[in-house]
Design a protein around this ligand. Structure first.
Ligand code: HEC
Length: 162
């Protein structure tokens, strides 16, 4: 009887965390999608679209966790990991635009920027591994979202009210 209660509580906490994460991510994505970017063709638009893809995969991860199906979150996390190196290659010197949210610090601290991208790659792979093998998706997803935020805080122009 005691064991059943504990199991229930654990499951409940898991669902609750999933719901909270899902809501956070979904709200962020909805805000991003309202904006129709007017970006020049080439790396400036490509990297924006790449990040939009990362955002969509993040949303899928949130939904899978919310639905209590962590295994389904593994593939989108692997997809995020797979594009991070490419992302860092889409910032040739001078590729700035008033509608781009890339901060000048990207070019001033390119090594740190590359490192942040690699950090997300590692965190996303660690999460994917946990998600597909019944591991700790709570801790590993937290680390992954923290990695997104760390890079955005340093290298992405905030939107008004962000
Ligand atoms: C290595 C740095 C870095 C990491 C890590 C990172 N981002 Fe970004 N992200 C950026 C930058 C820079 C931009 C703005 C790109 C631009 O405007 O050129 C951006 C933009 C975005 C956008 C909006 C599209 C846009 O161009 O405005 C979304 C959505 C997004 N990121 C989601 C995520 C999510 C979710 C994660 C983690 C899973 C993540 N990002 C990890 C740097 C990063």
């Amino acid at each position: 009887m005691g064991g059943r209660t504990a199991g229930f509580r654990q499951k409940f906490t898991f669902i609750l965390v999933g719901l909270m994460l899902g809501a956070c991510v979904a709200r962020g994505i909805a805000a991003e999608e309202k904006e129709a970017p007017k970006l020049p063709r080439g790396p400036i638009r490509d990297r924006h679209e790449l990040m939009e893809g990362v955002g969509k995969n993040a949303k899928k991860i949130g939904e899978s966790l919310k639905a209590g199906k962590p295994a389904e979150a593994a593939k989108p996390a692997e997809d995020i990991a797979a594009v991070m190196y490419k992302f860092t290659m889409l910032f040739p010197p001078g590729s700035t635009d008033p509608n781009s949210r890339a901060k000048p610090e990207i070019w001033e601290q390119k090594a740190k920027f590359n490192q942040d991208a690699n950090d997300l790659k590692e965190k996303a792979l660690a999460f994917a591994k946990a998600a597909s093998s019944g591991g700790d998706v709570k801790e590993t997803s937290k680390a992954m979202w923290a990695s997104c935020k760390a890079c955005h805080d340093s290298f992405r122009v905030p939107k008004p009210g962000e």
